[in-house]
Design a protein around this ligand. Structure first.
Ligand code: PGA
Length: 251
């Protein structure tokens, strides 16, 4: 199973930022472990710029992919301001994040339910994209000892029944953008439970990512935890030097 390292830029970046970012990525890319796969998810207005800068990095071996941060549950129609999965595919995306907690949340989010996330994952699969489906517990749920139960309920509600490839990302909500990272034991416990659950669903090939305050200092340790098949990185993925360091640390 190839490790998958996903950079989620969220609503950040500019044309100039992207030029500078790829200047340093280009210099570093030759020394990266090519057995891994790297995905960059910029905001949708920058897909074509990022796609054209990723293409030369893939000349020798294809390991860099373009990803999106969301898609609409319908393939087309009268949905002002939205972007569909077939459009993402058309623009060169291979992956799409769905059900990120910043979209699931009520305040300043989009109040996305498990059922909506599932429809997004389904349209992504129909469009030839691999969905990266996010699940995670709040701190209150963790404190009440409900973490695994909560995650399994999110998985039941948001994973499509399909034999096509899907990726699952475990992102504790309290770890996103906070600098608070679960202990290795906590990640080990959750990933072991989720792996067992995925196996019971016949999804033993589904890669299981960890996300939430990943940095160049903790990436290596997190990646050595059993059943961690990759990372979903927010803030640290906006610093090209740090991202390259994370890529190097995840051999
Ligand atoms: P973070 O974000 O790395 O900034 O915590 C992770 C994510 O939201 O995917």
């Amino acid at each position: 199973m190839k490790k998958l390292i996903v950079a989620n830029w969220k609503m950040n970046g500019s044309k100039e930022f992207i030029e500078d970012f790829f200047d340093s990525i280009r210099r570093a890319s030759l020394s990266l472990p090519m057995e891994n796969e790297y995905v960059i998810c910029p905001p949708s207005p920058y897909f074509s710029q990022v796609a054209s800068l990723l293409a030369p990095l893939n000349k020798e071996k294809k390991s860099f992919f373009l990803g999106a941060q969301d898609c609409h549950p319908e393939a087309s129609g009268a949905y002002t301001g939205d972007v569909s999965a077939p459009m993402l595919k058309d623009l060169g995306c291979q992956y799409v994040i769905v059900g990120h907690s910043e979209r699931r949340r009520i305040e300043h989010g989009h109040q996305e339910s498990d059922a909506l996330v599932k429809r997004k994952a389904e349209v992504a699969l129909r469009s030839g994209l691999t969905p990266i489906i996010c699940v995670g517990e709040t701190l209150e749920e963790r404190d009440r000892g409900e973490t695994i139960q909560r995650l399994i309920s999110q998985i039941s509600g948001s994973l499509p029944a399909s034999d096509q490839e899907v990726v699952l990302a475990y992102e504790p909500i309290w770890a996103i953008g906070t600098g608070k990272v679960p202990s290795s034991d906590q990640i080990r416990e959750v990933h072991a439970a989720l792996r067992k659950h995925l196996d019971s669903l016949g999804l033993s090939q589904c890669r299981l990512l960890y996300g939430g305050s990943v940095t160049q200092d903790n990436a290596h340790d997190i990646m050595t935890i059993p059943n961690v098949d990759g990372l979903l990185i927010g803030g640290a993925s906006l610093k090209s030097k740090e991202l390259v360091q994370i890529w190097r640390n995840t051999k």
